[in-house]
Ligand binder design. Structure first.
Ligand code: NAD
Length: 484
């Protein structure tokens, strides 16, 4: 039988697990059954203050920012090893907390986390500045210095990967972190904090404050001890967070919502394209900011593609995340399931045609929704324009390349996009015209810690992954030496 026990989670501050000062706790629910499996400390603003004070001291007086990049690299690499060695426990926790299928969690969540620590371990050794040759008699060079204390705020859908995409580059550059994971999914952040400590990260360098964004978020964003905010979450909360941080002149990176289009041209390899379309909207049960919930298909293929989807999508295995055959698990929580139901009801109201799915799957009391394909909606339907964040695909035909690009760019989001075509020139031409931070050609969700991603428009600004993320955790200082 699966172990659904969870140690009662506590805040992690200055290298120690500790109760919230108010003594409150909140419940952690297993989305595959709806059962409460544990409780976690529910922080209040006083706890945030303690965590930021500890982080501040670790940055101002501790060894981490002063260590050589090579020493930090050794510790980050050890963290990667510990992640790999703890794969079983990480899969168990993420599956229990988020409802992630184990078939997805090991290759995606665990390995991507390890690879991020490995990648930024390498980059930690090459944080460097530049010399500038200028026509006056000086020696001018730049130094990249750590920014200081980073507030890392993350959402529920990829808890460990998304906290790592902030913590790994921030630590590599010599910063310290106060991390606030989503209230729905705090378990892997607490587990990872202890792995980082075991790897040799000094006390106070990584602190985890679990609790509700509405209670502690603003305290963290406004705290004078915070030097930078790295936020991933919805556009609505991000807009608020950016405003609060901006009022306090704190630099921010904002990784926000998405609603990507996947464009299938008539010359595409149809089998491969359909694979990319299905992966794009069911991956992580559709709770994927870079998912592809809007299919744009050349009109001559429209009926054919709808026919193939009607056959293929009901065959995608939905079920218990702990069953290795499962591809689509439950939604991460009741509120996410209800949101999907509201959008599908709206699609029916807007005279959309439900090609398949369109209802819950009644299984073990969990928050399951069948992968759903909807045709016939107008482009201005909210179901097309807004981020549903569930396993729902809308399908629209187009008549020309220009119309495909216009439809793809017609929402306020701009995180990802996809192009399925055999025409190389068209692929690059369309990629250049798409308003998105990342464009995939002839597949979906090809990601690597070396490839930067992030948004344009209401999907945010700043980039994670790649050297771009490392640089976002540094400030440039110019040093100019007179040679006269
Ligand atoms: P959310 O915006 O509800 O919450 C994100 C985080 O913000 C949570 O930790 C939450 O507690 C915190 N928060 C809430 N109120 C706050 C406040 N006043 N101040 C500071 N923090 C506060 O998002 P969610 O529902 O957890 O996640 C889903 C959203 O995240 C989707 O919109 C998805 O597209 C987006 N997302 C974006 C990316 C990306 O890389 N662009 C990646 C994953 C998810």
């Amino acid at each position: 039988m699966t172990d659904t026990s969870v140690d009662d989670g506590q805040l992690y501050i200055n290298g120690k697990f500790t109760e919230a000062s108010g003594g409150r706790r909140f419940e952690v629910t297993d989305p595959s059954t709806g059962a409460v499996v544990g409780t976690v400390a529910d922080a209040d603003p006083a706890d945030v203050d303690v965590a930021v004070t500890a982080a501040r001291a670790a940055f101002d007086e501790g060894p981490w920012p002063k260590m050589s990049g090579r020493e930090r690299a050794r510790i980050l690499y050890k963290a990667a090893d510990l992640v790999r060695a703890s794969a079983g426990e990480i899969v168990r926790l993420e599956s229990l907390d988020v409802g992630k299928p184990v078939s997805l969690c090991l290759p995606v969540d665990v390995l991507t986390t390890a690879e991020q620590y490995e990648y930024y371990s390498a980059l930690a050794q090459s944080v460097d500045g530049a010399t500038r040759q200028i026509p006056i008699n000086v020696h001018a060079y730049t130094r990249r210095e750590p920014i200081g204390v980073v507030a890392a705020i993350t959402p529920f859908n990829f808890p460990l990967i998304l906290s790592t995409s902030k913590i790994a580059p921030a630590l590599a550059a010599g910063n310290v972190v106060v991390h606030k994971p989503a209230e729905d999914t705090p378990l892997s952040a607490l587990f990872m904090a202890s792995l980082l400590s075991d790897a040799g990260v000094p006390d106070g360098v990584v602190n985890v404050v679990t609790g509700h964004g509405s209670v502690i978020g603003d305290t963290l964003l406004e705290h004078p001890g915070i030097d930078k905010v790295a936020f991933t979450g919805s556009t609505a909360v991000g807009r608020h967070a950016a405003a609060v941080a901006g009022r306090n002149l704190k630099p921010v990176t904002m990784e926000l919502g998405g609603n990507a289009a996947n464009i299938v041209f008539a010359d595409a390899d149809l089998d491969k394209a359909i694979g990319a379309v299905i992966k794009g909207f069911v991956f992580n049960t559709g709770q994927f900011c870079m998912g592809g919930p809007r299919l744009l298909v050349a009109r001559e293929l429209y009926d054919t593609v709808l026919g193939i989807l009607a056959q293929a999508v009901p065959g995608v295995p939905v079920g218990d995340p702990r069953d290795p055959a499962t591809v689509v698990g439950p939604m991460a929580g009741a509120r996410h399931l209800e949101k999907v139901e509201e959008y599908v009801a709206l699609a029916r109201h807007d005279e959309g045609r439900i090609v398949c799915g369109g209802d819950r799957l009644d299984l073990n009391g969990g928050f399951y929704y069948r992968p759903t394909v909807i045709a016939g909606l107008a482009n201005d339907s909210r179901v097309v324009q807004e981020e549903i964040f569930g396993p729902v695909l809308t399908v629209q035909p187009f008549d020309s390349e220009a119309e495909a690009v216009a439809l793809a760019n017609s929402t306020r989001y701009g995180l990802a996009a996809g192009i399925q075509t055999a025409d190389l020139a068209r692929a690059h031409r369309v990629a250049a015209g798409l308003q998105a931070g990342i464009v995939w050609i002839n597949d979906w969700a090809m990601l690597d810690p070396a490839i930067p991603f992030g948004g344009v428009k209401d999907s945010g600004f700043g980039r994670e992954y790649g050297p771009e993320a490392l640089h976002s955790y540094t400030k440039v200082k110019s040093v100019v030496v007179s040679l006269d």
